[in-house]
Design a protein around this ligand. Structure first.
Ligand SMILES: Nc1ncnc2c1ncn2[C@@H]1O[C@H](COP(=O)(O)OP(=O)(O)OP(=O)(O)O)[C@@H](O)[C@H]1O
Length: 317
């Protein structure tokens, strides 16, 4: 008699996070208006969007702190509201408010959380990796904002979660601390942890994210890998010169089909087919009108450009 094939637990094959048609209202106001997204295991997804776009509301529903008005959310194949007790030990949540007792010492606090999980990471190693060894015996209330953020991340990670929710994890950190966090998140991804992070730092998203989702007014306005969002082609010529150049005159020197913009005073971009001839035309025109060109380079769209085009706003506006 042949034995039956082993049954696969459907939840273990599920993506780390799956959101379909998510809606969340506050009274008549629709804060989240039909968001869809999928986060595979072992990947980092960056959720970007202007203030009030609906990022935190979405993350809080995924964490099981709020219920959706419509749509489905599955975290590790489970319903974060209904199955919150089963999910809690499997996910890491970095709370904005920190979540640590003000009078506890840093080392004690982390050891306490570690003691609650079956197979914790070494608290000592985590504190060292996050640059917190020197404050092991310091009371939580005496930590700087950046140190408290790092402790909060350590608390989210110490139980070896399968999925990590991070709402602006490096906001307010100095560059050195930010790098420590980024290295730790990359290591977590290598260990198969899925990470959903919201951020206003485009360089953070560019550096870490396998997948970027941009939301505005509660809706997804773009979704894809960085390469998919940015496109691979060199599409503009950037240069610096005195501010107030008459760009219409530059364009008359170029063949039809180019456009130009002074993005910030004295910083210009010429968009179109950037050929050696087009470059020479622009610099020759500048020379003709006695303008010194500096920082001339051929570039491609950045995440910043895509974000600005889609939301009409600079990232922190
Ligand atoms: N409890 C609430 N009651 C009423 N409105 C709320 C509530 N929570 C959030 N909102 C509103 O929902 C919208 C989305 O808020 P949310 O915090 O999700 O935005 P966000 O994208 O995280 O913004 P930020 O980048 O500023 O953190 C905002 O207009 C906010 O004022």
């Amino acid at each position: 008699m042949t034995s039956a094939p082993p049954r696969q637990d459907p939840a273990s094959a599920a993506p780390a996070l799956e959101i379909t048609g998510l809606v969340r209202r506050f009274g008549d106001f629709v804060a989240v208006d039909g968001i869809d997204l999928t986060l595979p295991r072992g990947k980092i997804l960056a959720l970007l969007g202007p203030n009030g776009a609906g990022k935190t509301t979405t993350v809080e529903i995924c964490e099981g702190f709020a219920r959706p008005d419509a749509g489905h959310v599955r975290v590790l194949g489970l319903d974060p509201w209904r199955d919150s007790a089963a999910l809690r030990p499997r996910m890491g949540v970095m709370l904005q408010a920190g979540g640590a007792h003000a009078s506890a010492k840093v080392g004690e606090m982390l050891a306490l959380i570690a003691a609650c999980s079956a197979n914790p990471l070494s608290p000592k190693w985590l504190l060292k990796t996050l640059g917190l060894s020197e404050v092991t015996n310091t009371a939580v209330r005496r930590l700087s904002g950046g140190q408290a953020q790092r402790l909060s991340l350590a608390m989210a990670l110490v139980g070896r979660p399968e999925i990590l929710f991070l709402d602006e994890p490096t906001a307010g950190m100095d560059p050195q601390a930010r790098h420590l966090v980024w290295d730790l998140l990359k290591a977590a991804r290598q260990d198969g942890v899925a990470v959903l992070l919201t951020t206003h730092l485009l360089d953070e998203a560019e550096l870490l994210a396998d997948h970027v989702v941009i939301v505005d007014n509660g809706r997804v306005v773009a979704s894809g890998s960085l390469a998919e969002l940015i496109g691979g082609e060199s599409d503009h010529l950037a240069f610096s010169a005195i501010s107030g150049l008459n760009l219409d005159l530059v364009l008359t020197a170029l063949p039809h089909g180019y456009s130009a913009a002074e993005r910030e005073p004295g910083h210009y971009r010429i968009y179109g087919d950037i050929t050696p001839t087009a470059m020479a035309t622009v610099t020759a025109w500048c020379a003709q009108v006695g303008v010194l060109v500096t920082d001339l380079r051929v570039g491609q769209r950045s995440l910043d450009d895509v974000y600005l085009e889609l939301t009409g706003r600079k990232i922190r506006a």
